[in-house]
Design a binder for this molecule. Structure first.
Ligand code: IDP
Ligand code: MG
Length: 150
């Protein structure tokens, strides 16, 4: 089954919407397979966002992400990477559709509440940055035939 890396950013944690976000992903039918509450060290923030190293917003992005604890997760489900990107909405909350997490809870692109991997390759890379294989759990939750047509 496919996996993706999702992280509630410090603004989301401080606003008390971790539970709301976990709930939305659970209610969609996705399976939580790893989670950790953590203030990220600089090296892992840089690794996570290395594609943006040369961008003008990189220093403020790093300060934002290191500004408080984050809630890091791995979610599992069919086509989960693209699916979660739809659930979180466009990068800029001003453009994110109502009903998406960023559309419902964000205002500013520099405080957009949540991160999710943008491709299966990014997901594998980002899961590897933040979680050891033994921290990601394979388990049976329900009879999956209620969710998936095999
Ligand atoms: P994504 O989070 O939707 O994948 P990316 O383009 O990968 O968006 O950017 C990573 C993060 O960097 C964004 O979620 C946002 O927090 C921040 N960011 C992106 N563009 C800007 C900008 O123009 N100004 C300030 N922050 C930005
Ligand atoms: Mg991105």
């Amino acid at each position: 089954m496919d996996r993706t890396f999702v992280m509630v950013k410090p603004d989301g944690v401080q606003r008390g919407i971790v539970g709301e976000i976990v709930s939305r992903l659970e209610l969609k039918g996705l399976k939580l397979v790893a989670a950790r509450f953590e203030k990220l060290p600089e090296a892992r923030v840089t690794e996570q966002y290395k594609e943006h190293l040369s961008k003008p917003f990189f220093p403020s992005l790093k300060t934002y992400i290191m500004g408080g604890p984050c809630f890091l997760m791995v979610w599992e489900g069919r086509n989960v990477v693209a699916l979660v990107r739809k659930v979180i909405g466009a990068t800029n909350p001003q453009e994110a559709a109502p009903g998406t997490i960023r559309g419902d809870f964000g205002i500013d692109i520099g405080r957009n509440v949540i991160h999710a991997s943008d491709s299966p390759e990014s997901a594998a890379r980002e899961i590897g940055i933040h979680f050891k294989p033994a921290e990601v759990f394979a388990y049976t939750r329900i009879d999956e035939s209620v969710l998936y047509e095999y």
